[in-house]
Design a protein around this ligand. Structure first.
Ligand SMILES: Cc1cc2nc3c(=O)[nH]c(=O)nc-3n(C[C@H](O)[C@H](O)[C@H](O)COP(=O)(O)OP(=O)(O)OC[C@H]3O[C@@H](n4cnc5c(N)ncnc54)[C@H](O)[C@@H]3O)c2cc1C
Length: 367
């Protein structure tokens, strides 16, 4: 008999899990309440980076980079740009330089002239810089489109109301269509995961935060042949932590501050998102004189951060149901899809991914 698995959520992680499950011979049904890829995974461009505070997450990124190459071969398209990911500022540099000698990475120092070559739209920067040329910008829409294509007809437009692991095995899924029982369930519902986990009696301590970034065209419609991603902790342009990544075709560039905001934290009557937008615009003016502020398009989504780290992620299990939560998951998606599929096969969460492992935590406690 074929094992039937329900995957809840057609974002990049759910689609990656469904594809990995199907390749392991499972029959999958993917539930999506809205547009596939329209949640946290929406929008053009994400940064793929190896640099992480937690060495375990670095290893996961190395695995993921191999898996991205596998997807590129199977889909027959390039999904990660070849322009690399640059870091400036001591904190961002420290995250990368400890892995600089890893054989699977291509990391090198840049002098100010090379910084300009790697990212010509950046204002003059004289400080130290590194680039990881095995990292780069993810072509998000192309990724989602290929994954949707591979999952095909098994994607159903249904909102899931509850997920209940049955003591005798299997999981009951109640959706807008009705109740069905599956052999196993993977919940990768982004902001909806904690709510669905609660219906199964699992508490996920994720706090939804509003995150925004601006996508800006290059001035006078120029197209630069090379635009690296950047992580900036230099404070040279007035912000402690910011990032940027090129959009497909290099005609525009997405810029965000590594800040999120709780929307209910409306102090003194000001809308925190408007303030965040203004702060981002001011940063763009200082750091990216080559971008056209008038053409800025704002992109905002709720993201789900776990309490132990900005990059934290974990998989919770209840019987045959698996729930994944975390932030900055796009770059890891192909590896996470395999991890979720392997967890279903083994009947338990892959070692290192349980909540008590606190994957992503900056400083490993003695344990
Ligand atoms: C502005 C921004 C910049 C980012 N930058 C980066 C970056 O540079 N690098 C990086 O790696 N990551 C980045 N991220 C994070 C990354 O995009 C997300 O972690 C990732 O896309 C999450 O994918 P997902 O599949 O888990 O969730 P989602 O894409 O949110 O997918 C979950 C899906 O589940 C569906 N769903 C929810 N509840 C239900 C329900 N009850 N029934 C049916 N369907 C349901 C939703 O509609 C949604 O489509 C960024 C995020 C944002 C917003």
């Amino acid at each position: 008999m074929t094992t039937r698995v329900a995957v809840i959520g057609a974002g990049v992680v759910g689609l990656a899990a469904a594809w990995a499950l199907e390749r392991r011979g499972f029959a999958c049904l993917v539930f999506e309440r809205g547009a596939p890829g329209g949640g946290q995974s929406a929008g053009e461009s994400r940064i793929f980076r190896h640099a992480h505070n937690d060495p375990r997450q670095f290893e996961l990124a190395v695995r993921a980079r191999r898996d991205w190459a596998e997807w590129e071969t199977e889909f027959g398209v390039q999904l990660i740009s070849s322009d690399g990911a640059m870091v400036i500022g001591s904190e961002a540099i420290a995250r990368l330089e400890k892995y600089a000698d890893e054989p699977s990475l291509r990391v090198r120092e840049l002098d100010p002239r090379q910084v300009r070559e790697a990212l010509p739209i950046l204002a003059d920067f004289e400080g130290p810089a590194l680039i990881d040329e095995s990292a780069g910008a993810i072509l998000t829409r192309l990724t989602i489109a290929n994954l949707i294509d591979s999952v095909g007809l098994n994607l159903v437009p249904e909102r899931v109301e509850s997920v209940t692991a049955r003591p005798e095995g299997g999981v009951e899924v109640v959706s807008s269509f009705g109740a069905r029982v599956f052999d196993a369930v993977v919940v990768a519902a982004g902001t909806g995961t904690a709510e669905l986990a609660a219906t199964a009696g699992v508490t996920i301590p994720s706090s939804p935060q509003a995150h925004m970034r601006l996508t800006l065209p290059l001035e006078s419609g120029l197209r630069e042949p090379r635009l690296a991603c950047i992580q900036d902790s230099s404070k040279a342009f007035g912000e402690a932590s910011a990032y940027g990544s090129p959009v497909r075709g290099n005609r525009s560039y997405a810029v965000g501050l590594s800040l999120s905001t709780e929307l209910d934290s409306e102090a003194d009557g000001k809308d925190p998102l408007t303030e965040l937008t203004e702060q981002t615009r001011a940063y763009v003016e200082r750091a990216f004189p080559g971008l056209d502020g008038n053409g800025a398009v704002s992109f905002q989504r709720w993201v789900t951060e776990l309490p132990w780290a900005a990059d934290g992620l974990a998989i919770w299990q209840q019987g045959d149901a698996y729930f994944i939560a975390g932030h900055n998951l796009f770059k890891l998606a192909p590896a996470l899809g395999k991890t979720l599929a392997d967890s279903v096969v083994a009947g338990e969460v892959e070692s290192g991914f349980a909540p008590e492992d606190r994957l992503g935590e900056a400083i490993l406690k003695t344990r």
